[in-house]
Design a protein around this ligand. Structure first.
Ligand code: PMP
Length: 405
């Protein structure tokens, strides 16, 4: 494995100074930083091969198409999808969930029920609520226990003969909890219920095998995986994708158009209307290379070490409250110091060069369940170091007395 310093050297932004201090970037859950190889790939497409994909016979168009389709095959390998046709490029996790809710959801009927969990990101709540504008659907919500784990024991009691769908996050962006997705899918499948897994916080940290999970839909965003913004992935079970109507209409997604009757392209293009972010998609390939060159297990092991060390040191701080203490969790620490407002903590940390996220983290129902308005969230990636954790702890120790007064 490369040393962490060698890895850090690939991320020019980590050299930045903020308020004349070395930046400590602990907001990786919101978006990760991007290595030079990914940015070089973006430049290379713009300077060497930029041409619209799938439309041209000319060399540049063919090269641009090859780059895009090669990333599609790479993504399929990355999550062990049975075929590249089941990989649909979207703008991100949010658009992927909207696609499924809008398209698969159009087949729901009045009186149908879907199950979500209380720890979902708004991206996995609101698209399902939008369906309620046109259909009488009920949304049932699986709660969590005091450690921030899903109450799996309650799931069977939420399932009825009207349950049509379950959508659940693989890893919580607030609590860090890694959910027992395989078990949830197995239970759902015993009742013929398809499951969408929001993998936005899992794909940068865990090995994803959609066949082993038996997931019906699995979605994630490139920008959280050291990749470019504007690119996301929807993996879907072939039989479901085939039966689903298109999400958006336009170029690229048709077979033949007339004013009388239009027929649609085959998978995956049926769901990719318009010009995709083919530059970003080409660069995403390099982000996957970056992860694979280090190894997702090594990334996870390093992050787990940081998580454990940071948690232990944080617990020494008087008044520290950590939200999400599942034994099986990803490197995300949501916390509050005493009764201090999360925003004040985040602002003071920023003045010390430390970037953390504050607020409800697009998970307001979870905040309500926890009885709080928001948290401060520190989250780790492969390029973070123990020394940065020490800087973070020193900063917390410095600001805690100010906040508790
Ligand atoms: N789901 C989860 C669990 C997330 O953490 C996020 C991003 N914070 C999203 C969905 C939405 O991802 P995007 O904004 O990239 O569409």
């Amino acid at each position: 494995m490369n040393s962490i310093q060698q890895i850090r050297d690939q991320f020019p932004i980590l050299q930045r100074r903020v308020y004349d201090r070395q930046l400590v970037y602990l907001d990786n859950t919101a978006t990760s930083q991007t290595p030079r190889s990914v940015v070089d790939a973006i430049e290379s497409v713009y300077f060497n091969t930029k041409a619209n994909v799938h439309r041209g016979v000319h060399t540049l168009s063919q090269e641009a198409t090859d780059l895009q389709e090669s990333t599609r095959r790479h993504v399929a390998r990355y999550i062990n999808a049975p075929s590249a046709e089941q990989i649909i490029f979207t703008r991100g996790t949010t658009e992927a969930i909207n696609l499924v809710a809008s398209s698969y959801g159009s087949m729901f009927e009045n009186g149908d029920e879907i199950i979500l969990t209380v720890m979902e990101h708004h991206a996995n709540i609101v698209p399902w609520q939008l369906l309620q504008r046109t259909k009488r659907l009920s949304i049932k919500v699986l709660p969590i226990n005091e450690r921030g784990e899903l109450r799996l024991d309650l799931l069977p009691s939420l399932i009825t003969e009207r349950t049509r769908f379950i959508a659940v996050t693989h890893v919580s962006n607030v609590l860090g909890t890694i959910n027992p997705i395989k078990e949830i899918i197995a239970l759902a499948h015993r009742h013929q219920i398809p499951v969408l897994v929001d993998g936005a916080q899992a794909s940068p940290h865990l090995t994803i095998d959609v066949q082993d999970l038996d997931a019906d839909f699995y979605v994630f965003s490139a920008h959280k995986m050291y990749g470019p913004t504007g690119v996301g992935v929807l993996y879907g079970r072939r039989s479901l994708l085939q039966m689903m109507p298109p999400y958006q209409g336009g170029g690229e997604m048709i077979e033949h158009v007339s004013f009388e009757r239009t027929t649609f392209a085959a998978l995956p293009f049926k769901f990719e209307a318009g010009t995709p972010d083919f530059v970003g998609i080409a660069a995403f390939d390099k982000a996957l290379d970056f992860i694979e060159n280090i190894g997702i297990e090594q990334i996870a092991a390093h992050e787990q070490q940081l998580l454990q060390y940071a948690t232990e040191r944080m617990m020494e701080i008087p008044g520290m409250r950590i939200f999400g203490i599942a034994p099986h969790k990803s490197a995300v620490i949501s916390f509050l110091i005493g009764n201090a407002h999360h925003y004040d903590t985040g602002m003071l940390l920023d003045k010390l060069g430390i970037a953390v996220r504050t607020g409800h983290h697009c998970a307001q129902p979870l905040m309500t369940a926890l009885g709080i308005e928001g948290t401060v969230r520190a989250s780790f990636a492969i390029y973070n170091t123990t020394q940065e954790v020490d800087q973070f702890i020193t900063a917390l120790n410095r600001i805690a007395p100010m906040l508790n007064n």
